[in-house]
Design a protein around this ligand. Structure first.
Ligand SMILES: N[C@@H](CCC(=O)N[C@@H](CS)C(=O)NCC(=O)O)C(=O)O
Length: 256
């Protein structure tokens, strides 16, 4: 783990960034060489929170696509100088959520929009299949997780629901979503969520299963989800981008 001092783009002051190590997947000679980055091109900056599943999606996508990037750890709890509720961060992300990505001179918000931008500008290591039906299936799974499950158990929603009810609420909505998702995966999955190719669906699945475990959802009724999560978790890109590997992860979880 290295922390760098870099000149941040557009109105942001010099800040300390975390530069994720070259993951085993990037270093491997069995995968194509990095496509996106010319040596002196500024690295994308990912504004992210260690525990945010939406941030983890983008970390996985950047890593799978072998795009080197820097991380600006951004607290959701209004802790420290870099948190999501500053006026400065509102300029980066008007919704004041994470993730945001500064890339190619632009600021992008929303993990799925970011993944599609990466796919369109850096297509060499694709995260969407060529086959049009498989692409549709990937998008279906992405939508299911990112629109029908995660928003209902987002920290802000749980805060609004209230301490007493929030755990049962999160468990209910994740379980309801997983019932449908497991059936979809029963029809679409091979080695990964859709056939045998890694895709955005896999990128979204693992962080959502992590959340489910965090909220103590019983996963035994979802054998396809459990199998795929197990398969994916062993891949270097998923490991190196794990919440517990992040610079803002509290010491009691770090590296575990
Ligand atoms: N659709 C957005 C959702 C972003 C989102 O809700 N992020 C959460 C973290 S996963 C967040 O920042 N919540 C605000 C908070 O907890 O204060 C995306 O996929 O990026």
């Amino acid at each position: 783990m290295t922390a760098l001092r870099l000149l941040a783009p557009k109105g942001l002051q010099r800040v300390q960034f975390f530069r994720p190590p070259l993951s085993a997947s990037m270093a491997s000679s069995s995968v194509p060489k990095m496509e996106a980055t010319v040596a002196d091109e500024p690295r994308p900056i990912l504004y992210a929170t260690w525990l945010s599943s939406c941030s983890w999606r983008v970390r996985i996508a950047l890593t799978l696509k072998q795009i080197p990037y820097d991380v600006q750890a951004t607290s959701l709890l209004q802790v420290g100088e870099h948190h999501a509720y500053t006026d400065k961060y509102r300029e980066v992300n008007p919704m004041q959520t994470v993730p945001s990505l500064q890339i190619d001179g632009h600021s992008l918000c929303d993990s799925v929009a970011i993944m599609h931008y990466l796919e369109e500008t850096r297509p060499k290591i694709p995260l969407l299949p060529q086959d049009v039906m498989k692409r549709a299936k990937v998008r279906e799974i992405v939508e299911l997780i990112c629109s029908a499950i995660q928003p209902l158990q987002n920290r802000l929603v749980l805060e609004h629901v209230g301490k007493e009810k929030s755990l049962v609420w999160a468990q209910h909505w994740i379980a309801r979503g997983f019932q449908g998702l497991d059936r979809v995966l029963a029809g679409s999955a091979g080695k990964y969520c859709v056939g045998d190719e890694l895709s955005m669906a896999d990128v979204c699945l693992v962080p959502q299963v992590f959340n489910a475990r965090m909220y103590k959802v019983d996963l035994s009724p979802y054998p396809n989800i459990v199998r795929l999560d197990h398969e994916l978790q062993s891949l270097p890109a998923f490991k190196s981008s794990h919440p517990h590997q992040q610079p803002d992860c509290p010491p009691k979880f770090a590296g575990k």
